[in-house]
Ligand binder design. Sequence first.
Ligand code: HPA
Ligand code: ZN
Length: 388
Amino acid sequence: METNDGVPAAAGAGPDSPASDSPAQNNTPPVSAAQDNTAQDNPAPATPEVPEFAEVPEEVHGPLPVAELHLHIEGTLEPELIFALAERNGIQLPYADLDELRSRYEFTDLQSFLDLYYANMAVLQTEQDFADMTRAYLSRAALAGVRHAEIMLDPQAHVSRGVALETCVNGVASVLAVSEQEFGISTLLIAAFLRDLSEDSALEVLEQLLALNAPIAGIGLDSAEVGNPSAKFQRLFARAKDAGLHRIAHAGEEGPPSYIIDALDLLDVERIDHGIRCMEDPELVERLVHELMPLTVCPLSNVRLRAVDTLKEHPLPAMLAAGLNVSVNSDDPAYFGGYVDDNFAQLKSVIGLSEFDCVRMAANSIRSSFASEERKTELLAELAASGR
Ligand code: HPA
Ligand code: ZN
């Protein structure tokens, strides 16, 4: 199933779907004349042989051009930057050194991660701190092949510890404003609201963002899921829709399929972040396929937060086979062992995901973004020209 731009179509795996039966790409580098021990007897031909398409090694192609749709900017704070910002701001960290901090990155569930994630935000004090964090993410993401990023910021996590809303928003937004020129990455900012806080708190911050004319393209819903169902935030999402904002929500990461259904029915979301637990409800899967609903899956995150036991047991291959519109994202890359390229690399090496499926998910990510139609066309053309 291909579109006329040469890029596999999103989702919709019909009977002819190559989701599970496409041949894995052979990444074995071609044997060069110098390595070939028959070369002395048979001198290399004058014109070097052009390797078969399937034999071109990964390094020749570079990373797949993708859109990263599920990324918490605070989750990109690498340990080194945490220490550097702490020093700059005169903050005493509760860890003696980098190794001690890294030793805390063993999570048992979402909450055990959130505790560390929120604690480490203490080092973010000034606009410059938020700008430095954003710049660090974009420079690493560019190497990972990210060409468009929709970046979540948790404003309540900063306001609640005395950092002004303008400080966090302006710090991140000042860098996003130049991201395309400086990093070749078009970007949008999404204000994510903490579902373990009240809806009134979220509404208050949303009104402040609107009053400030903050450059946000949409709202999201994150933090502790279980016990804080989507249904709790209906007024927030109605207000966002009224203000012309895009709407996304985490659902079905740790929470049951009903949280996904409520996000669709009660919050009118345009994408579901994670959504992996939809696989427990065949009727819901059918609906998500039918609606081409994007699910921003984060495989390494799911393993680190024990939503799945191992990458081998991740439902992503089954989700692809079901025809779901899935993309691959890094979530909180500094905490979960890798950026989007690392997620793709491990999916290939551990699960044996085919290059075709990776390209298909890259196309899904671009099509499921809130980028302009012009930008989507440009990126799909780039993907089609990437030689895969
Ligand atoms: N899930 C929920 N909330 C979050 C996450 C996540 O993976 N990362 C940052 N906030
Ligand atoms: Zn997330």
